[in-house]
Structures are given as C-alpha cells and as structure tokens.
Design a protein around this ligand. Structure first.
Ligand code: 5GP
Length: 253
C-alpha cells in the first residue's frame, strides 16, 4: 500500500492527506505533553481513547447541528475529517475557575463562575499560547468580526452540549478548549469545530468526589491517566466495562 503523505505532526496527533480532495486523516498518538511540552510521556492506550471519545462528541455535535470537521472513524486511532484552515486561536470556555484562570485572577479552583466565560489564546507554542483580547484578534486580522460572532456561538453551543452529556454521567465540565477551522465550499466559507474534543482538552471532575478525570492527572501527577480516560469512556458508554487498555506511563525525559 502506498505511504500516505504526512501533512503535519503535532504533540498528540499526526495529520495525513485523506483519500479524497478536501479530506484529511487524523491519527491519535499515545504521546502526552504538558507545560508547553516541558513534560512528556508515552501513555499506552491514550490515542485510542481520545479517538473514540472525540468521535463520540463530534458525532453528537454534528447531529444537533453544530458543524464539525469530523466525517467518520476509520479505525482505533484514525478518523477521516474535512480538511480546514485552522483559525490561529485556542477558544477556552470556563464554567468553574481552574488552571490558568485561577492563577491569573486568584480565584479558588472549583469556584462556579457567574456565567460561562470565553477566552481566546493565540495558537503559538513558541509564545506559550498567550491570552489575547478581541482587540488583538481584530487588529492583527486573525479572525473577522463575523468569525468572532460565529466562534462565540459555536463555543457556547459546544459548552451546553458537553455540560449536559457530562452531567448525565456524574461529571462536571469545568472548562475546555476547542479549535475552529474554515471549510471552503466554492466562494462560501463556514467555520466548523476542528481538532479534537477529549479529556486532553477538557477539565472533567467527578461531581460527587471532585476526582479529576482529565489531563490534569498527568500534568499534576495524580495517578494513571488511562484509568481516568477509561472511566470517562465507560460512563459515557463508548467503551465496554470489561476493556482494560491500562498500562503504566513510560517517561521519555
Ligand atoms: P488552562 O488555561 O487553565 O491551562 O486550560 C483551560 C482548558 O483548556 C483546560 O481544559 C485545558 O485542558 C485546555 N487547554 C488549554 N490549552 C490547551 C492546549 O494547548 N492543548 C490542549 N489539549 N488543551 C488545552
């Protein structure tokens, strides 16, 4: 079989050219990184779990009319997606204070916010993905005013959807990050949810115990990451209760 052309390799995924024009294949690696790749490990099974979970969330979003780049899953680690031009922003939605918001503003982690708060960061690893304002975004042309209205609407719809499905399985959606991309259809462009939605990009806490079921388990050395992600997948019913893809992390450095 001919080797596929690699388009891009990121920290957690590889993108290949897809079988049809306008498509890509997204491959989920087992690599985990944190603190702008200062901490790295290979966590066996993470890619499979994130592929499955992202498929589940993106399929649900497509079904309720929130457009995403996701077309279909191809196998345990790969999904076929529409190719899109990624808007160079990370869009963060927060329901409870945690992480950088708590640090920046001195608000205790877990404090419920008066309403969902949307933040924008410039997607630039060399700068550590800095927080930017809508003024920066408009002035530097990273997105238009219309794009920003569409992005806000997408982000809040994703938040309502994810909050509901997580609440139904006893999980609090503390915050999450999405990326959006432009899909072109002739002269017409529209924005879709792109990249992935998984416990790598969300904060998920057990409602009863507060146990962390997301990438903070790795960032903060709180236990076994695959156990946490498997728990999320099993509660959502996307992985049979008997499956045990659980192995110890291998530290790279
Ligand atoms: P914080 O700004 O508190 O570090 O992150 C807020 C939320 O966005 C968390 O759920 C975090 O996982 C997610 N997030 C922020 N930056 C990134 C990133 O570069 N990659 C991923 N996967 N998630 C991110």
């Amino acid at each position: 079989m001919a080797r596929r052309k690699k388009i891009y390799e990121g920290k957690a995924k590889i993108l290949y050219e897809g079988p049809e024009p306008g498509t890509i294949v997204q491959y989920f690696k087992d690599d985990a990184t944190a603190f702008n790749a200062e901490k790295k490990a290979v966590i066996e099974g993470k890619g499979v779990l994130n592929n499955r979970l992202s498929e589940y969330f993106m399929t649900g979003l497509n079904q309720i009319g929130v457009p995403t780049h996701f077309i279909k899953s191809l196998n345990m680690r790969e999904q076929l997606c529409k190719s899109c031009e990624i808007v160079p922003l990370e869009i963060i939605v927060r329901n409870y204070a945690a992480g950088t918001m708590s640090k920046r503003l001195g608000i205790d982690e877990g404090t419920q916010l008066p309403r969902p708060i949307v933040e924008y960061c410039l997607k630039d690893d060399s700068l550590g993905d800095p927080l930017v304002s809508e003024e920066h975004i408009a002035a530097f042309g990273w997105a238009s005013q219309q794009d920003m209205e569409d992005i806000l609407s997408l982000a809040l719809r994703v938040n309502d959807f994810l909050t509901g499905i997580m609440y139904a399985v006893g999980i609090r959606l503390v915050d999450f990050k999405i990326e959006v991309g432009r899909v072109y259809d002739g002269d017409f462009q529209r924005l879709v949810v792109a990249d992935e939605i998984s416990p790598d990009s969300c904060r998920l806490w057990d409602i009863e115990t507060g146990q962390k079921l997301d990438k903070d388990v790795f960032r903060r050395d709180l236990g076994n990451l695959t156990d946490a992600y498997t728990e999320v997948a099993q509660r959502l019913g996307v992985m049979p209760k008997t499956s045990t893809p659980i192995t110890k992390p291998t530290l790279i450095n």
